[in-house]
Write a protein that binds this ligand. Structure first.
Ligand code: GLV
Length: 326
């Protein structure tokens, strides 16, 4: 019987570590590239010591019950861990780990890809061209919005928010940001960043990019009131977690042109989209690809595997997000 259950096929780099350390017979991998059905998850975790978890899988009281008392670690292959009930994990003394750091720059790169794609209408105009609709250059065709010199608002100035801000220097963009805490003054000046309240952020940003974690406090931080407070020429970019934005109200705002556009990597109820979102020409939408590069996914799988190795060897796993269990 496997000691470790991996809830989906993962990059080889991570699997290799588990196989080399524990032997292939100790590692069970759900043999699919798709999300494991809930009943299979509940069955497969029974009695295991470690779960290598993918962010689409919910680890809640029911799943902890299904796993049972042998469970020593849940290693989430993501920096965000809102798919795990942390209170429940901690109550049961199970350490949860994540993969911080390695996906910071990759996600920041993608944020910029989205921002630029929305501002310059890349997906919309590409479809037009591929469709054979282009009749030649036109002075009014697909006019977009200048990016350089505009004000970039950052909601959540953690590692990824800072990496996004750093890239804005090349575009000569001043930064406004909100965060739970102000970052230090030297970093503010390096990033050309000014700490403001949310009201100012909404009012003054030309591009507003979300980089906070998803928690009870950040749920629906952006809804109709926020969109109404933004410039009608502004764009919203979200590469954090879908439920930080009220997606139905965003569709409404895009439809009514309350704001000019949005670019989204994440959605409230993935893989579903709010009704009408796929019909908004002023929305760039991609399927949760923030960390999706060969290099970064290999690093994430490696880190998650290393956390399992550490824990099953009796050490404190290096990326534990609930260290109080020790
Ligand atoms: C991806 O969304 C992650 O949290 O790593």
């Amino acid at each position: 019987m496997p000691r470790i259950f991996v809830t989906r096929r993962i990059p080889d780099a991570g699997l290799q570590i588990l196989n080399d350390t524990f032997g292939e017979e100790a590692v069970g991998v759900y043999p699919s590239d798709e999300m494991i059905p809930r009943e299979d998850l509940l069955r497969e975790v029974r009695g295991v010591e470690a779960i290598f978890l993918i962010l689409t899988e919910r680890m809640d009281a029911e799943a902890f019950d299904a796993a049972g008392p042998e469970l020593k670690i849940v290693a989430n292959m993501a920096v965000g861990y809102n798919n795990v009930d942390l209170v429940e994990a901690t109550r049961r003394g199970v350490p949860i780990t994540n993969t911080p750091g390695v996906l910071t720059d990759t996600t920041a790169d993608l944020t910029w890809a989205l921002l630029l794609a929305a501002a310059r209408r890349i997906p919309e105009s590409e479809v037009y061209l591929r469709d054979g609709q282009w009749k030649g250059w036109g002075p009014l065709q697909f006019l977009g919005t200048d990016v350089h010199g505009k004000t970039l608002g950052i909601f959540g100035m953690g590692r990824i928010g800072q990496a996004v801000a750093l890239r804005a220097k090349g575009f000569g963009m001043p930064i406004l940001y909100t965060n739970r805490n102000r970052i230090d003054a030297a970093l503010e000046s390096e990033l050309n960043a000014t700490y403001v309240d949310k009201e100012t952020l909404l009012k003054k940003s030309d591009f507003l990019s979300i980089h906070c974690p998803f928690t009870d406090e950040t749920r629906h931080s952006f809804g109709k009131d926020e969109f109404a407070a933004m410039k009608d020429s502004a764009y919203l970019i979200n590469t954090s977690r879908g439920p930080v934005v009220n997606e139905a109200e965003l569709v409404e705002a895009l439809h009514n042109e309350t704001i000019r556009g949005a670019a989204l990597d994440v959605f409230e109820e993935e893989p579903k989209l709010a009704r009408g979102l796929d019909q908004c020409p002023n929305a760039v939408i991609i399927p949760h690809l923030g960390s999706a590069t060969f290099e970064t996914r290999a690093k994430m799988a490696t880190i998650a595997a290393e956390n399992i190795v550490a824990r099953l060897n009796g050490q404190v796993p290096p990326n534990c997000v609930n260290p109080e269990v020790f």
